[in-house]
Design a protein around this ligand. Structure first.
Ligand code: TXA
Ligand code: MG
Length: 326
């Protein structure tokens, strides 16, 4: 076993935290069967204790250890998408600590598709509870450096697997009810799920489950600089206003340098959804560090392919500009 994996496994067994890369974002992991270890996640993140965590598994054969019912639809989706960015909400086994489920009768499970995460999980041989490795309400980390910025001395080991290929959090699908319900959009879309199940998932009514799904809180994934979503015309208008007022602004848009000025920092956003998602959090972090009055983000197109990205942008705008943890 490689020394860093050996060290990570030893820390997990000792009830300590380990941050690790997944294909979506970096996770802050602890032994999912150890309530005291899981409590350290909440302390490090500053996250309310009733928000449930996702348990990461080495492979789908572990499902029945965590879920007391594994419906055929869960097996089908696991076969189609695991390892991959899909979290399934299932009825929990009795042994799953309340600290993991937020006291609910369900548990979130996924097998992440990242070589380092899979190596860690296989070596550990059990479930690792892990939320995104950021302070509560803030931008999810997509590099090891982001994790150190967010959690610094609060986590004894950060495994470095480079930049996360997907860049936004997993799709969450609730299979604990009569019909599948999409709780959080992600890289795996409703159409992908429908293709496997032969029926389309329902979409959760906005915020029906808040705060049980903390990703469903309005203020989330947020920079400290106020973030405003604008149309392409709105962007030029807002930029002119900022320049007239002498305000320093940052812009995330698919076409850069429509206006060139000392007060304006441009960052180009990829024109297709996968690239946009891949760059999104790193770009927001970078623009957030510039000391601007405002971050202007040109709103991507509407439609299914952009759903997950637009969801994260809306929440980033809602939660931006706050200094306190919320
Ligand atoms: O891509 C991801 O899912 C990343 C990586 C690290 O795997 N994890 C992640 O975790 O985004 P977190 O805690 O930041 O978001 C997980 C979401 C939360 O909104 C949580 O409330 C929801 O999953 N969740 C977990 N268990 C649940 C349950 N039993 N019922 C409803 N929602 C649940
Ligand atoms: Mg999170």
């Amino acid at each position: 076993m490689r020394p860093e994996i050996e060290r990570a496994v030893a820390l997990l067994r000792a009830g300590e935290l380990v941050a690790f890369p997944t294909e979506t974002v970096y996770g802050l992991g602890a032994d999912a069967g150890n309530a005291a270890a899981v409590a350290k996640i909440f302390a490090a993140k500053g996250r309310p204790a009733d928000h449930p965590l996702i348990v990461h598994l080495p492979d789908a054969s572990h499902l029945a250890r965590w879920a007391r019912e594994v419906p055929p639809e869960a097996e089908q989706l696991a076969a189609a998408f695991w390892p991959g960015p899909l979290t399934l909400i299932l009825k929990r086994q009795e042994n799953v600590p309340d600290a993991v489920t937020g006291g609910q009768d369900t548990v979130g499970l996924r097998v992440p598709n990242h070589p380092l995460a899979l190596e860690l999980l296989a070596a550990y041989g059990g479930g690792v509870a892990a939320p995104s490795a950021n302070r509560f309400g803030r931008i999810s980390p997509t590099t090891a450096a982001h994790v150190r910025e967010e959690l610094g001395g609060r986590v004894p080991l950060v495994l470095d697997g480079g930049a996360c290929p997907v860049g936004i959090e997993s799709t969450i699908l609730d299979l604990s009810r009569d019909t599948p319900v999409l709780l959080r959009p992600g890289a795996i879309g409703a159409a992908d799920i429908a293709r496997v199940l032969g029926r389309a998932p329902e979409t959760a009514a906005p915020h029906a489950d808040a705060p049980r799904v903390s990703g469903s809180l309005d203020a989330h994934y947020a920079p400290r600089t106020p973030l405003q979503l604008v149309s392409s015309d709105g962007l030029l208008f807002a930029l002119r206003n900022a320049l007239v007022a002498g305000e320093k602004v940052a812009v995330l848009a698919p076409t850069v340098q429509a206006i060139s000025h000392d007060l304006v920092t441009w960052k180009q956003s990829p024109a297709e959804p996968a690239g946009f998602a891949h760059d999104l959090y790193a770009s927001l972090r970078e623009l957030d560090s510039l000391g601007c009055i405002r971050i202007l983000v040109q709103q991507p197109p509407a439609g299914e392919a952009w759903l997950a990205v637009n969801d994260r942008l809306r929440r980033a705008a809602a939660g931006s500009g706050e200094d306190d943890e919320t």
